[in-house]
Unconditional design. Structure first.
Ligand code: BGC
Length: 847
């Protein structure tokens, strides 16, 4: 076996470059929430660091989203490298003891549970995360010993796939220990700063209510350079120009779906999206609920003045220019946001929706720069379920420009004299259970002063109605070159088409190609999910090579993300290349390497860069920055021979407690779509490596994730949960889409023809390959108990739906497909269609 990994453990030039790039960029992901002027710190010297994330800084969440980097720079290390003397070592040592004790007990518990349940430890860990140990009290002695007037408290939270977060202390809420400690620093130090090293929303109201806290900064989880980035930001070397991409509520109960979410109501089988389109600011702004920090909010260190320069309408495209002047003391970047309030007519609508945004370049104190904001009025249409049309209703569209969703001014008013049908669709997502959705109760908008606003008129004739051709049946391919034995090499050489090659394959051959390289099950079981590849250890899986000898069809390697490329950083093989099992995968070595290693064994290294988590990237509001991060990942994929990145994740942040929110960007689909597109453009810029946008769709809950049924209306799907995927597909054509585990209105998304074929392919023009999430269509006991309520997804129905690859799959998937074609329940043309999709992407990877 040939590995692509390095045999030299030394830092490579590429690794150094990637680290430097991330360090330079990541300050933009940091959001200053409160600052009384204490930041940036004016001088270096002694500093007291406290909190569970000070020494054990979280670089990103757990599970398949955890990237195994060489090292992680903690905030303590970051401050020390920046020239501070950390003078709270006593407290940090006491926290270490508490953590060690907690970890030992945890590992024992996991091992025991794993034996009892017959599940790999990694899987048990998913459902039962380690949590936070008791936090030692900060004593008067600590304060005196620290000998400084500046204290930084780093509050961390961790979560990951397979389990949702809890509305309890040590999770969404602060623990009593933490509150006491934060009060202590507030009363004992002149400069008391709280840093949130979190992947998602927590109860920040409690912290800001503590008198004496000078600054609260959401430093998020910034990858393996995190500690350096934080030190750069705190000292003002980098500008923290991040803005929130979620609404941070005063109280958790202010989120509209709080009571019914996941385990909160004791029912994880059925999740009714009763709040409809009213998620995040769409809810808070429409229903006039005061948030703690609105969507789009962030302070930075400097101040900006804006000059609205011009606006125009060219056909249906609106463009505005805003001049931004830095009137503060520090150099910095600003984010200009544009929201549109569509007229309240017959179709339900929120108060406003984000339609465009722009990040300025770095503007020096006293200097100015112009930014351009543009959007198409067609994107302001709302879905009318009765007529199955996207409609722009007549009336006045108010274009608001502002620095967050609550601080805007009306820049333009665009009038439309008649209703315009932007596109005609088919309703694709019939409810399996009827339920009532929240609607906007307002019949009229509040009076607003719009005298200063620029008045524009949209000509209804500038918009042509779009219609779609929906595929219902696929065409059977006939073997037109029957005298020849075509191979994949012929396809690569341009001597045969993918269709011609597919037409020569037997049902058995195609069924094998439609299922991943499941032989590595044994490896997977001994290890954990997300590392089933043989060729590239730590990669999540690979497609099959069963048709390599006969047809030269190569396998593709698939590895996780989104916070970088997830591979096993260090593995061993004997001199013949046979893997020696063992090594660290989830940050904890359950399977140490054997002691009797052959003398001539070889050590291999795959050190990848952990970039900021998706939420942090989104907080930069900078698509160029995200594209650069995508480029980093793409280059590492090329180096380590990975073809498809199982990222970015782009589910909507519906509720703060979703365990995987850190892997996703925002509560808003425009941001999610733009970020996923930027990531994709970066990764795919190398040629031969592609992204897999996931989890398609409505995987907004982790508890019971394989069997939970998301009940969502057609309108809400189209305007919110599918919108980001639509934007990403149209802007960047990712190589792949991964369906989710859950059911959507009673049908597993993996089996949903309307979602995969009618929506992604027919309406959006998706040209890539669709794959399942891991072990879909398998009652895999190691993934948790089967459901009493809902059946498992079906392998033949995946093929019918156009879900081309079942990953990593099992023997039963193959036989189920063969049986279904043979008994006539699955059209052969459907299987051929899936194989063509898979081979087309394989061809792009090996071109
Ligand atoms: C996750 C996916 C991931 C896959 C492979 C699944 O458990 O849901 O996001 O890509 O594992 O590791």
């Amino acid at each position: 076996m040939r590995y692509y990994a390095d045999t030299d453990p030394a830092l490579s030039t590429m690794e150094i470059e990637h680290r430097d790039t991330v360090r330079k960029l990541a300050g933009e992901c940091v959001v200053v929430m409160e600052n009384n002027g204490v930041l940036p710190l004016k001088s270096k010297g002694n500093i007291a660091l406290y909190g569970n994330g000070a020494r054990h800084t979280i670089k990103g969440g757990t599970g398949s989203g955890d990237v195994n980097s060489r090292t992680v720079v903690s905030i303590e290390e970051g401050f020390e490298a920046a020239g501070f003397t950390v003078t709270s070592k006593g407290w940090l040592g006491r926290y270490d003891d508490s953590l060690k004790n907690h970890q030992e007990k945890y590992l024992e518990r996991i091992k025991k549970k794993s034996e009892e349940l017959g599940m790999p430890e990694g899987m048990v860990m998913f459902a039962d995360p380690i949590g936070i140990p008791p936090i030692p009290p900060i004593t008067e002695h600590d304060v005196v010993e620290s000998n400084t007037d500046t204290a930084v408290y780093v509050l961390s939270r961790d979560s990951g796939e397979g389990g949702d977060r809890f509305f309890t202390q040590k999770d969404y809420l602060l623990s009593d220990d933490e509150i006491k400690d934060i009060r202590k620093i507030a009363s004992s130090y002149e400069n008391a700063i709280v840093l949130l090293n979190v992947g998602g929303i927590i109860d920040v109201s409690t912290i800001s209510a503590i008198e004496g806290i000078g600054a609260i900064v959401n430093v998020s989880q910034l990858g393996n350079m995190g500690g350096h980035v934080v030190a750069d930001v705190i000292t003002g070397k980098s500008d923290p120009s991040g803005r929130l991409t979620d609404t941070w509520a005063m109280r958790y109960e202010d989120y509209p779906c709080w009571s019914g979410f996941s385990h909160n109501n004791g029912d994880t089988d059925d999740e009714f999206y009763r709040e409809g389109i009213y998620v995040g600011y769409r809810y808070f702004d429409t229903f006039k609920i005061e948030p703690k920090y609105p969507f789009g909010y962030g302070l930075g260190y400097t101040k900006f003045d804006w000059d609205f320069k011009s606006a125009s309408l060219d056909g249906s495209r609106y463009t505005a220019t805003v001049g931004v002047t830095n009137v503060g003391e520090y150099d910095g970047k600003d984010v200009v946001q544009l929201y549109v309030s569509a007229p309240y007519g017959n179709i339900d609508k929120p108060y406003q929706e984000l339609r465009a945004y722009a990040k300025t370049p770095l503007i020096k104190a006293g200097e100015s720069a112009d930014v351009t904001l543009t959007f198409d009025m067609k994107d302001c249409a709302s879905y009318d379920t009765g007529s199955a049309c996207m409609i722009l209703e007549k009336g006045d569209y108010l274009v608001r420009i502002g620095s967050d969703s609550r601080s805007t001014f009306v820049a333009s008013v665009i009038s439309l004299s008649e209703d315009v049908i932007v596109s005609r669709h088919k309703n694709l997502f019939k409810a399996d259970v009827e339920f009532e959705e929240l609607i906007n109760p307002l019949l009229a908008r509040d009076e607003e002063d719009i005298t200063e606003a620029e008045k524009l008129t949209l000509d209804p004739k500038s918009i042509e109605t779009v219609t779609f051709d929906y595929v219902t049946e696929r065409h059977l391919l006939e073997d037109r070159r029957s005298g020849e034995h075509l191979t994949f090499d012929d396809v690569l050489a341009g001597k045969a088409t993918v269709e011609e090659l597919t037409a020569q394959l037997t049902v058995e051959e195609m069924a094998k190609l439609a299922v991943g390289a499941y032989e590595s099950d044994a490896l997977m079981q001994s290890n954990v999910i997300g590392s089933a590849s043989l060729l590239v250890p730590g990669a999540a899986a690979e497609t099959t090579d069963k048709l390599y000898d006969s047809r030269k069809i190569p396998l593709m390697i698939l590895a996780d993300g989104p916070a970088g490329l997830r591979l096993q950083p260090h593995f061993k093989a004997d001199a013949q290349g046979n893997r020696i099992m063992g090594g660290e995968v989830f940050g904890m070595a359950f399977n140490p390497f054997p002691e009797d290693l052959p003398e001539d064994h070889v050590d291999y290294y795959q050190y990848c860069t952990a970039i900021p988590i998706a939420t942090a990237l989104a907080q930069s509001w900078n698509n160029d920055l995200i594209e650069l991060c995508g480029k980093i990942v793409g280059e590492e994929m090329k180096k380590y021979f990975v073809h498809l990145w199982l990222a970015p994740g782009m589910n909507i942040h519906r509720n703060p407690l979703c365990g995987r929110n850190f892997e996703y960007y925002s509560e808003d689909p425009l941001i999610s779509g733009n970020c996923a597109a930027a990531d994709t453009i970066g990764v795919q810029s190398w040629g031969g490596q592609g992204t897999t946008i996931k989890h398609f769709a409505c995987n907004n809950q982790e508890d019971n994730r394989m069997y939970s049924n998301s009940h969502v209306s057609e309108k809400t799907l189209r305007e919110l949960y599918l919108k980001g995927f639509e934007i990403a597909v149209k802007k960047s054509q990712p190589y792949s889409i991964m369906t989710s585990y859950n059911l959507l209105n009673g049908t597993h998304t993996a089996n949903n023809f309307d979602l995969i074929q009618s929506m992604a392919r027919d309406e959006w023009g998706f040209e890539g390959v669709v794959m399942t999430d891991w072990y879909t269509s398998q009652e895999a006991d190691f993934m948790g108990p089967p459901s009493d309520k809902y059946p498992c997804s079906s392998s033949p129905l995946c093929i019918r739906a156009g879900n081309d690859l079942q990953m990593p799959g099992c023997e039963k998937n193959v036989t189920d497909i063969i049986d279904a074609v043979n008994d006539g329940s699955l059209p052969l043309a459907d299987l051929q269609f899936c194989i063509c999709n898979a081979l087309k992407i394989t061809a792009r990877c090996f071109a």
